[in-house]
Design a protein around this ligand. Structure first.
Ligand SMILES: *[C@@H]1O[C@H](CO)[C@@H](O)[C@H](O)[C@H]1NC(C)=O
Ligand SMILES: *[C@@H]1O[C@H](CO)[C@@H](O)[C@H](O)[C@H]1NC(C)=O
Ligand SMILES: *[C@@H]1O[C@H](CO)[C@@H](O)[C@H](O)[C@H]1NC(C)=O
Length: 360
């Protein structure tokens, strides 16, 4: 604490970049643009979908910026994208929203088949967009979250989004899983649905969460415990239905063939949950025009590459979102900001180091 008193300027400037976990406000009537809400605060809402179900969603940034919507994968919640929400450059240049798909996180847990109709997932997306006044965002879906792309395209149309970021995502639920999901993950997934043995469930949940990261030992225990805690709150029959629900993948492919949605297909090079990044892209190239696809891999990164390597991932997310929403001219200017704010943490580390050496 002494260090902050001695070097107040450096300390507070550095903290803004390093430890900026924005305050959460759960208030359905407030919006990010309302007075009293700063750009560093998250506005959280329980949004009502067409069937009355509640969908949990959060937004941060300036609503007049290009919109980017994140959804997490199997058994995971919005917290997966903390390193995106914490990024100051992203908050300044984009308007970011993240939400829990039904059957995930704080959203509705309903095990009835009727509650998992494809059109309801599309309605959830629409409800979130309208709650935060967004139009044609870039949709960024991680892992199983990618299946929602099919719900959106089939039920809302190809005009619903400006671009798509496939975050090591699966495009829909069905046979395609065996083309892209690694064998080890195919084995763990049923383990997440175990309901007759808490020990088995825990063992599987720990393996599943560990398999998300490049180096699970480097991930803070609190964060891993929180991921497992979110999964533990899902009734096992809900965990089962979210990965077995019906979708019209034929219609999805037909519509995508005639559309011109740019896609960033991005994954971690050491992703143990996927066969390979190429496998995902190859399966999508069958119906998605190749010249609309940008394929890139992040090194020293696992399934959660945007957590393992946030700098590189965030830069890709930011540049693609600006480009797909017609703000290509802002990409270069922003690079400088990104560089300067990325330099702050090391300045902070350095000053702390120097100070503790001095104090000791
Ligand atoms: C679950 O979904 C079904 C079908 O939409 C609905 O009839 C039922 O009321 C829901 N249950 C709860 C607890 O919301
Ligand atoms: C739980 O159920 C599965 C599948 O039905 C079975 O194979 C397994 O032996 C059961 N485990 C326990 C501890 O009862
Ligand atoms: C924050 O985002 C910017 C722009 O996308 C990127 O250049 C920078 O490396 C990111 N920093 C972190 C810590 O994620």
């Amino acid at each position: 604490m002494k260090s902050f008193a001695i070097l107040p300027f450096i300390a507070s400037a550095a903290l803004a970049a390093v430890a900026n976990v924005p305050t959460s406000i759960v208030d359905a009537d407030k919006d990010v643009s309302d007075a009293g809400v700063s750009k560093d605060q998250i506005v959280a809402k329980f949004v009502e979908s067409s069937d009355g179900s509640k969908i949990y969603a959060e937004a941060v940034g300036d609503p007049s910026n290009p919109p980017l919507v994140f959804v997490p994968g199997y058994t995971i919640s919005t917290m997966a994208f903390d390193k995106q929400f914490e990024n100051e450059t992203m908050r300044e240049q984009l308007y970011m929203v993240r939400f829990d798909p039904r059957g995930h996180g704080q959203s509705v847990m309903n095990a009835s088949e009727d509650a998992h109709k494809s059109e309801l997932y599309a309605d959830d997306f629409k409800a979130v967009l309208s709650a935060f006044n967004m139009e044609k965002p870039v949709f960024a879906a991680w892992s199983l979250g990618g299946a929602m792309l099919t719900d959106i395209i089939v039920n809302i149309g190809t005009d619903a989004i400006s671009g798509y970021i496939s975050i090591a995502a699966i495009p829909y639920i069905g046979d395609v899983l065996s083309e892209v999901v690694s064998e080890s993950t195919m084995e763990i997934v049923p383990g997440m649905q175990v309901s007759n043995s808490t020990d088995d469930w825990k063992k599987n949940a720990i393996s599943f969460e560990d398999s998300l990261f490049y180096d699970p030992k480097a991930v803070p225990f609190d964060f891993k415990a929180a991921l497992i805690g979110a999964a533990a709150q899902e009734p096992s029959d809900v965990t089962k239905i979210v990965i077995g629900r019906e979708q019209d993948s034929d219609k999805f492919k037909e519509l995508i063939k005639d559309a011109s949605i740019p896609m960033l297909a991005i994954n971690g090079k050491q992703d143990s949950q996927r066969i390979s990044g190429e496998a995902i892209v190859d399966s999508m190239k069958k119906y998605w025009s190749e010249d609309l696809i940008t394929f890139t891999e992040v090194d020293k990164a696992g399934h959660a590459f945007f957590y393992d390597q946030p700098e590189e991932a965030n830069e890709q997310f930011r540049a693609f979102t600006l480009k797909s929403t017609g703000h290509e001219d802002q990409i270069a200017a922003a690079n400088n900001n990104g560089a300067s704010s990325a330099a702050l943490p090391s300045l902070f580390a350095l000053s702390t180091l120097l100070l503790s050496a001095f104090i000791l």
